[in-house]
Design a protein around this ligand. Structure first.
Ligand code: TPP
Ligand code: SF4
Length: 318
């Protein structure tokens, strides 16, 4: 078989993102990461939310669905559970994920389905012209706002931890080398992975710009990797709870760090929690051999054979 390259994941379609948008870096890193993992495009499904970031899947040569605003995770979870052989990735913006989608984010954490959620955090609603998103800090005034932001900020790293995500990391859209590595690690994690990517929106976020992240005013980059501090995010399957709490203490400190120093890298890789797929196998031992996508659903004439009640009874989801 020929070696898969990032080119296999590229699509010859015009892109309508603004010049300099961080979305380009994330798209590039995603294509490289999928190729490095050696995944064939027909084994990958990408689900986009609504927003500039939610158009990513149009530019990746894999299965892709543009979903409803805020509902990207339910689509992704349903697909992964129906066809566990697929590598499933959900992408979307901070407005999509933490305003209308916040309930789905929290409840996805409870399930630990084996998929990756990449959250493009530019602190604004880019597609609808720069309103404050739930990740914009209180008191900041980006250029579309007539007054400084009156609302408090959702700390997405803390919310991911509290919700139960078992792999949590953060990247930066212009550090593509690190991002390729983070995306690979997130996909390889057996469980629900949350990767926040800090992403400049040069059109509407005039405060947290590429120059600001590069620390032009400070003389040093604001962005650093927690691995440089010798931090190891791994909580192995046989770890005890006190070991997990030790990691969580460091995690909480890092999740609050923002300003002159902004941490990136992997913050948590927790192997203590069974995946939803493992939990399904306990109820339905044949789940992995006969997941819903492998069942015959129509006869030769295309008439449906599907009787969902039998599947529900089998899975005891009454
Ligand atoms: C139900 C519904 N409500 C509102 C909208 C309008 N809308 C489109 S994109 C968007 C926000 C997108 O912001 P974000 O998720 O931060 O993505 P970005 O464009 O910044 O990548 C909104 C509110 C919509 N499409 N559907
Ligand atoms: S509005 Fe912002 S997020 Fe949207 S494409 Fe333009 S720069 Fe990117």
């Amino acid at each position: 078989m020929t070696k898969i390259t990032a080119k296999d994941y590229q699509v010859e379609e015009p892109i309508d993102w603004c010049p300099g948008c961080g979305d380009y870096g994330i798209l590039n890193a995603l294509q490289q990461a999928l190729a490095k993992l050696g995944l064939t495009p027909h084994k990958v499904a990408i689900f986009g939310g609504i927003g500039c970031s939610g158009k990513t899947q149009y530019h990746v040569n894999a299965y892709g669905v543009h979903t409803l605003h805020g509902r990207v995770l339910p689509y992704a979870m349903g697909t992964k559970l129906a066809n566990p052989e697929l590598t499933v990735i959900a992408v979307g913006g901070d407005g999509d994920g933490f305003a209308i989608g916040a309930g789905h984010f929290v409840n996805s954490g409870r399930r630990n389905v084996d998929l990756t959620y990449i959250l493009y955090n530019n602190e604004v609603y880019g597609l609808t012209k720069g309103q404050a998103s739930p990740t914009l800090p209180l008191g900041l005034q980006t250029k579309s706002l007539p007054e400084p932001n009156m609302q408090g900020q959702v700390n997405s790293l803390l919310l991911a931890l509290a919700s139960g995500f078992t792999w949590i990391g953060r990247g930066y859209a212009y550090n593509i080398r690190q991002l390729v590595d983070l995306i690979q690690r997130a996909i390889n994690h057996p469980g629900l992975a949350y990767l926040e990517v800090i992403q400049p929106c040069p059109t509407y976020n005039n405060l947290h710009t590429r120059d600001w992240f590069a620390g032009k005013d400070l003389g040093h980059s604001r962005i650093y990797d927690v691995a440089e501090e010798g931090y190891d995010p791994l909580v192995p399957q046989d770890a005890d709870e006190s070991y997990l709490y030790e990691k969580i203490c460091y995690y909480i400190e890092k999740a609050h760090e923002w300003g002159d120093r902004i941490p990136t890298g992997v913050f948590l890789e927790n192997h203590l929690v069974p995946t939803f797929e493992d939990r399904l196998c306990q109820r339905t031992p044949t789940y992995r051999e006969r997941p819903p996508a492998r069942r015959v659903i129509a006869d030769e004439e295309g008439r449906t054979l599907t009787d969902l009640s039998k599947i529900f009874v089998e899975m005891m989801m009454r």
